[in-house]
Unconditional design. Structure first.
Length: 273
């Protein structure tokens, strides 16, 4: 066993990180946090313009670096290309953050078939596809971290960005979104069980409301209600999501796998029956 180093628990300096949907919203919050703490971060998004602009902005921070690799995650060919580009540049991938996703709200009588096709593909299937294609790099990162007997000292990490809507029944009608996030939570646990012996952890952060483009309409129409209903009396901040991700990615989270971390300020436990 290594000696106890309490000051090193959240250290990600020098680690290689890939964040899908990293140009805005929660993905950009995470990219900023990892770069600020010395990681080399690859960000992907459908918009090459947004991706490049975010990379330039984060590279000005210093500490770590940010590299733009635009890709449309809805297309399998683009997922393949993204994985190949990372593999061509890196020998190992220490942290994979599956953040890219989409939402769709509509009434039950009008809810379109296309919503399920789009959301289940992007929010679940492409997460599996990219993780599968990145396994050689994740396995290499686990080997880099070293072993003590059969135990990996610094596992590679998979962090899947889920939602509290996959844990409870939403107040609004987001049938495909809530179903896809519930499926993602289960997929993450399944991967944790299979990949743990190979030195790869898999965890989910089930997010409550954060300031993002996806949440913009909801926050504009229901923001005050969401805040008043939350025991914390606020929505999530960048520090909240970054701190959770750094915990899962550093020495602090090396023994955490198959877990769904509810990050919602107490929203799910606030209802009074």
């Amino acid at each position: 066993m290594s000696s106890f180093q309490p000051g090193n628990l959240f250290n990600v300096s020098g680690k290689v990180v890939l964040i899908t949907g990293g140009s805005r919203g929660i993905g950009k919050m995470l990219a900023t946090g990892f770069v600020s703490n010395g990681a080399k971060v690859y960000i992907s998004s459908r918009s090459s313009k947004d991706c490049e602009a975010t990379a330039q902005e984060l590279n000005a921070i210093g500490a770590g670096t940010c590299v733009s690799v635009p890709a449309d995650m809805s297309k399998y060919s683009e997922v393949e290309r993204l994985a190949k580009e990372i593999s061509a540049k890196e020998k190992a991938l220490h942290v994979l953050v599956n953040n890219a996703g989409a939402a769709w709200g509509d009434g039950i009588d009008e809810y379109p078939d296309a919503a399920f096709t789009k959301l289940l593909t992007l929010n679940v299937q492409r997460v599996f596809n990219l993780t599968q294609l990145c396994l050689p790099l994740l396995r290499a990162a686990a080997e880099q971290g070293g072993k003590s007997g059969d135990s990996y000292l610094d596992p590679a990490r998979i962090i899947n960005i889920g939602s509290v809507e996959g844990l409870s029944i939403p107040a609004h009608e987001t049938y495909a979104y809530s179903s896809s996030k519930a499926a993602l939570h289960q997929l993450s646990k399944h991967m944790a069980s299979r990949l743990g012996p190979e030195g790869i952890t898999s965890n989910t952060i089930a997010c409550g409301p954060f300031e993002s483009k996806m949440m913009a309409h909801t926050l504009k129409s229901l923001g005050d209600l969401l805040i008043s209903a939350n025991p914390s009396r606020r929505i999530g901040t960048p520090e909240d999501i970054v701190g959770t991700a750094l915990y899962l990615s550093g020495r602090s989270g090396a023994w955490t796998t198959g877990t769904t971390v509810t990050l919602d300020g107490g929203l799910l436990v606030s209802s009074k029956m």
